[in-house]
Design a protein around this ligand. Structure first.
Ligand code: NAP
Length: 230
């Protein structure tokens, strides 16, 4: 039975990843900041026959990350979904930037994925077919149009470079690492007018993730598995 790890699993895309992988009969290690408030996630775990477990993890806090590592230990993990992310607020214009919020955005979206990568490397290697999937955004691609939102765009562009570099570092270990955009999706972050539902986005992403090969490691993908421009 494959084992999947999901961060930011209490709502939005993370919750939908857990829902779909659990329904497919897989083991899910679900991590979120405040499990006692994660009612929807706890409900999935309660009916999973022990396949879905819920654990506290603030991806920006060293103590939380090392406590989470002692929970997961060195078991093989087949897929890590590095999903936790923030949009960074509304003051992200070139002439009206909240610099403290920008630092927080980089901390969650760019620095935390490396914190996570460091603790799951051995687990992914033990899988023999490990995949590290970083949830990026079309807004981090240089091919995307539109100005503004500098904090979010730079955090995801940096994430793309981080993960393509990790792919090189980990190639000899047989671990696939890719950044993947979920599309524009109806969540708290995406808003109600987004064209995709979480079920559509994650359904397509799961299929794309299942088909990834080591030869594709380090490339940037859209939610449906189509290559994206950097
Ligand atoms: N929705 C879209 O259209 C869209 C488009 C492109 C990319 N994305 C990316 O997809 C990912 C998921 O987004 P979403 O739409 O599901 O957003 P969301 O509904 O706002 O959910 C964000 C998740 O990240 C968690 N999180 C934030 N900071 C965290 C931290 N320090 N430690 C642990 N968890 C933390 C949140 O936990 P709390 O509940 O504790 O805050 C929540 O579970 C993000 O990386 C986002 O950038 C989304």
């Amino acid at each position: 039975m494959p084992t999947i790890l999901v961060t930011g699993a209490n709502r939005g895309l993370g919750l939908e990843f857990v829902r779909q992988y659990a329904a497919a009969g897989e083991r899910v290690i679900a991590a979120c900041r405040t499990p006692v408030k994660a009612d929807a996630l706890i409900a999935i775990a309660a009916t999973s026959g022990g396949r879905v477990t819920v654990h506290p993890l603030d991806v920006t806090e060293d103590g939380s990350v090392s406590a989470f590592k002692s929970v997961i230990g060195d078991q093989p993990i087949d897929v890590v979904i590095c999903n936790a992310g923030i949009y960074g607020g509304t003051r992200q214009g070139w002439d009206d930037m909240d610099f403290d919020a920008w630092v927080r955005t980089l901390s969650v979206n760019l620095l935390a994925p490396l914190r996570l990568a460091r603790i799951v490397h051995d687990n992914l290697k033990r899988s023999g077919q490990g995949k590290f999937i970083a949830i990026s955004s079309g807004m981090g691609s240089n091919a995307s149009e539109g100005g503004g939102m500098h904090a979010y765009r730079t955090s995801k562009a940096g994430l793309n470079k981080l993960v393509s570099t990790l792919a090189q570092d980990w190639r000899a270990d047989g671990i696939i690492a890719v950044p993947m955009s979920p599309g524009w999706v109806q969540t708290d972050m995406g808003g109600a007018s987004a064209p995709l539902t979480p079920a559509e986005s994650i359904g397509a992403m799961r299929k794309a993730i299942a088909g990834l090969t080591l030869a594709q490691s380090g490339r940037l993908f859209d939610y449906d598995g189509a290559p994206m421009a950097w």
